[in-house]
Ligand binder design. Structure first.
Ligand code: MG
Length: 348
């Protein structure tokens, strides 16, 4: 029977009703958007959110933002864009295995890092110290999708992007919990690989307990984490407190790996040198735009105070844009001879 375009979304919603786990977020039962909208004839609300994020400017800028290495020259290093795609892939695998809403996990995963400033967490800390408003990438992500790009996303996607805090200790959906764990699994997994590629470490440098529990190769490690979270969550979803969780054995190994990466890679002396360079660039740009606010992008809301616009502008920069802005505004420029209308040319 031919399916009229008008009924495609309804049929997808009915399919969700039939095949998804009772605890899954159902697109037909969404908590909605801040500004109500007419439904799409083809896509569910969560599919629509995913497309909005994918088409946003903030998402495209992730291509040139630091994951672990600043503006990496090698083509195989992760950037925040490839990191987000890997988080989306891991999240979708887990969601599908658990019969949870894959479209919702994909939307949250693609959006989860759009608020990151240039130069990763170092850039984030420097901006937070400099600005009287304070800076956090998750809050900035929400500001981008709500105010700056006005994507009008669903409450469920915004909740996943917000993360958990002291005031908001829980996520609204299991799908958001999946992305939260998949993020950590993905970055630990690929940061080990990128650090190996860069010649900073060998797999065999990792502590034996971690290698034995998580696996000796990168394929083994990711596989083991994903299988563990699926297996353990299947049981945890049947309990009185349904949740997405790793077994305590794998969770401890993951925490151990995280700590090892901090001690040996993220906070290694060579990287701390880069931290100082990042601090210098971001601080200089911040002070420069305080003196020259007319040079801020005119796409930013004019009614916002200058501190707000500077924060939005600098945090929106990619690594390379920030470096270019620093070079253009804060280093002596080479003299550029006029190419046209040179009245004194040839006089001496
Ligand atoms: Mg992330």
């Amino acid at each position: 029977m031919a399916l009229g375009v008008m009924h495609i979304r309804e049929s997808t919603e009915a399919l969700e009703q039939r095949v998804l786990h009772p605890l899954a977020a159902r697109s037909s039962q969404t908590l909605g958007r801040e500004v109500p909208e007419a439904p799409c004839s083809i896509r569910t609300v969560f599919q629509r959110d995913r497309d909005r994020i994918l088409h946003s400017k903030a998402f495209r800028r992730l291509k040139h933002k630091t994951q672990m290495f600043i503006a990496p020259v090698g083509d195989h290093y992760r950037t925040r864009l490839t990191h987000s795609l890997e988080v989306a892939q891991v999240s979708r695998t887990i969601a599908r295995a658990l019969r949870l809403n894959e479209d919702l996990t994909e939307s949250i995963a693609l959006a989860h890092d759009v608020g990151h400033p240039p130069f990763g967490h170092t850039g984030e800390h420097v901006l937070d110290e400099l600005s009287p408003i304070g800076f956090h990438h998750q809050k900035q992500g929400l500001r981008i999708v709500k105010t700056l790009e006005k994507l009008n996303l669903t409450v469920e996607v915004l909740d996943g992007m917000e993360g958990t805090t002291e005031q908001k200790p829980n996520f609204l959906t299991l799908e958001a919990q999946i992305v939260d764990t998949a993020d950590r699994m993905a970055y630990l997994h690929h940061d080990v690989e990128d650090a190996r590629r860069a010649g900073i470490m060998l797999d065999s440098d990792l502590p034996t307990e971690i290698l034995e529990t998580l696996g000796h190769t990168r394929h083994e490690r990711l596989d083991r984490m994903v299988i563990d979270i699926v297996r353990h969550s299947l049981t945890a979803m049947e309990s009185d407190e349904p949740r997405i969780a790793l077994s305590s054995e794998i969770r401890e190994a993951v925490m151990g790996l995280r700590q090892w990466m901090f001690d040996h890679i993220y906070l290694a002396p060579e990287r701390l040198e880069q931290t100082e360079n990042v601090r210098r660039v971001i601080t200089a740009l911040y002070e420069f735009y305080m003196k020259r606010p007319e040079l801020l992008s005119d796409n930013l809301p004019e009614t916002d105070p200058v501190e707000r616009r500077i924060l939005d502008y600098i945090s929106g920069m990619t690594d390379r844009f920030a470096i270019e802005a620093y070079q253009a505004h804060l280093l002596p420029n080479t003299y550029q001879a006029f190419t046209v209308n040179r009245p004194y040319e040839g006089l001496s």
